[in-house]
Write a protein that binds this ligand. Structure first.
Ligand code: G1P
Length: 275
């Protein structure tokens, strides 16, 4: 059973400056909820209740968000505004949140390795909160992946088909389809130019990782951009055993870009007016 979910959240969010100058990018709200809260809700829906958050300098708002705000709660207790806090309170009641700091920016692989102290020796999930996902009737993206993990017991990355001209924005996989939408990975490359990309199947910010990944990351040299890439570590894992890619059911928004963020806002707004 997968109990823990890791959130690498130390990045600067430069594409959203100046909004992210004094505020973590994971706190940017889509409607009334910060991005990280959507991620935590997705993890809870997938049965995880231990949230491990890798933060950095200037990210204290994340810790405050997942804590009781006595003054505020006292202020609105018994008023017609109390319901605004219902969802976040319920998350705080259901989950534990632990934090560790990544004090150097050395890539996503390094951020995940930094979280080892919070995860230990068990399989775990990873959510990149700026990839905002909405599942379908089969459940959230992470719960779809957990179901697959229970069958194959190996690391899994979520993928989607992208415009081939955008391969240099993502980790790209190549593999053999072993069941509908499930690929056994034979190759994966971090942000290749379109001319060298093995396919247009891009990794999005949802992973399930087996804990041997930590030792592999420790031995993974810096790759693309001089950073330690999880894509490279997963390639090693795929060569030693098996790593799957899963074409998830649902929608994903790149909330690390202004365009994706606006799309997500419109989508969730439409959805909220339908209910
Ligand atoms: C990271 C990963 C990349 C993946 C992407 C998904 O890149 O390195 O393989 O495709 O997340 O969002 P980043 O967006 O952090 O540069």
């Amino acid at each position: 059973m997968i109990k823990k979910c890791l959130f690498p959240a130390a990045g600067y969010g430069t594409r959203f400056l100046p909004a992210t100058k004094a505020m973590p990018k994971e706190m940017l709200p889509v409607l009334t909820k910060p991005l990280i809260q959507y991620g935590v809700e997705e993890a809870v829906e997938a049965g995880m209740h231990t949230m491990a958050i890798v933060t950095g300098r200037g990210k204290r708002a994340l810790e405050d968000h997942f804590d009781v705000s006595y003054e505020l709660e006292h202020q609105i207790k018994g008023s017609d505004k109390e319901h605004y806090l219902t969802e976040i309170r319920s998350l705080i009641d259901q989950c534990t949140f632990s934090y560790t700091r990544q004090n150097e920016m050395k890539g996503l692989g390094h951020a995940i390795l930094t979280g080892e102290t919070l995860i230990g020796n068990e399989p775990f999930a990873v959510i990149l909160a700026d990839d905002l996902c909405d599942g379908n009737s089969d459940g959230g993206v992470l719960s779809q992946m957990v179901e697959l993990f229970n069958k194959y017991k190996c690391s899994i990355v979520a993928i989607e088909e992208i415009d081939p001209s955008h391969t240099n924005r993502y980790g790209i996989i190549e593999g053999k389809e072993i069941e509908d939408g499930v690929y056994m990975i034979s190759n994966m490359v971090e942000k290749p130019d379109p001319a060298n990309a093995p396919s247009n199947l891009a990794i999005i910010g949802r992973y399930i990782l087996t804990p041997d990944i930590f030792g592999i990351i420790e031995n993974t040299p810096a790759g693309k951009g001089g950073e330690i890439q999880i894509t490279d570590a997963l390639m090693t894992q795929a060569q030693k055993g098996m790593v799957l890619a899963y074409k998830f059911k649902g929608k994903r928004f790149d909330c690390g870009s202004v365009e994706g963020f606006v799309e997500a806002t419109n989508y969730f707004y439409e959805k909220s007016t339908e209910q």
